[in-house]
Design a protein around this ligand. Sequence first.
Ligand SMILES: Nc1ncnc2c1ncn2[C@@H]1O[C@H](COP(=O)(O)OP(=O)(O)OP(=O)(O)O)[C@@H](O)[C@H]1O
Ligand SMILES: [Mg+2]
Length: 270
Amino acid sequence: MAQSLVTEKLTLSYGTTTIIDELSIAIPMNKITVLIGANGCGKSTLLRSVARLLKPKNGAVLLDGEDVFHLSTKEVAKKLSILPQSPVAPEGLTVLQLVKQGRYPHQTWRKQWTEQDEKIVMDALKSTGMYDLQHKIVDELSGGQRQRAWIAMTLAQDTDIILLDEPTTYLDLTHQIDVLDLLFDLNRTQQRTIIMVLHDINLACRYADHIITVKDRTIFEQGKPEDIMTAELVENVFDLKCQMMTDPLFGTPMCLPFGKGRVIQQLNKV
Ligand SMILES: Nc1ncnc2c1ncn2[C@@H]1O[C@H](COP(=O)(O)OP(=O)(O)OP(=O)(O)O)[C@@H](O)[C@H]1O
Ligand SMILES: [Mg+2]
């Protein structure tokens, strides 16, 4: 089991533009953490750097106390997997071939494909509803199917820590809930650490043990949804006026955004 994932005075930039500035945070282990924040605030940049895909300008990401850039790609990939925001599959690749690539970090010249690898790949295909589509070409899938194929590949990597950048984009509501439920089960039954970016604040509040809000090159606020998610926070982080209520099904915070709409209720006039 991975023991810790922290950033130490992490500074991330593209050229001379600083995106994240001297950020020190500890990701709670064996929990579900959701990153939220406005478009362009640096969520993907942060996630990519945690997954060793982007080198920090300063500071470090420490996985079990070791700088991820001092570890080999394979060592990191055995502990941590990432589903990037807009992954691109090589042309002509089938779903099965894509998902099998998730097993790559576990293979060596001595240990080739095993029954265990096969089982993990099949389980990943089934749990994402992609089993029947496994022989399809990834490029020829619908947006939602393609997203689920990538999620299956990420799951096939079978890591303690799973990072997902907007895993629910392109998915219809049923599949959004399916994917989030699947991640929830992986967390609750197998103690996997999940860190994901979501744009739906209400789903974030339902599933997250811990929410991290990103703004102005750093963390604006973090904590349990019930403790931090207020209308004031939403206005600060997203520049959006809203009313916070309690989700009638889950008892978690629920954000009702103001704005225009077909029927204007009294409530909306603030
Ligand atoms: N490869 C790149 N080169 C230069 N600038 C980049 C690059 N990738 C991202 N940026 C810039 O860095 C900033 C943060 O981008 P990032 O993708 O991390 O935002 P985000 O919070 O994930 O946004 P979104 O919600 O739209 O996905 C943005 O201003 C973006 O334009
Ligand atoms: Mg992003």
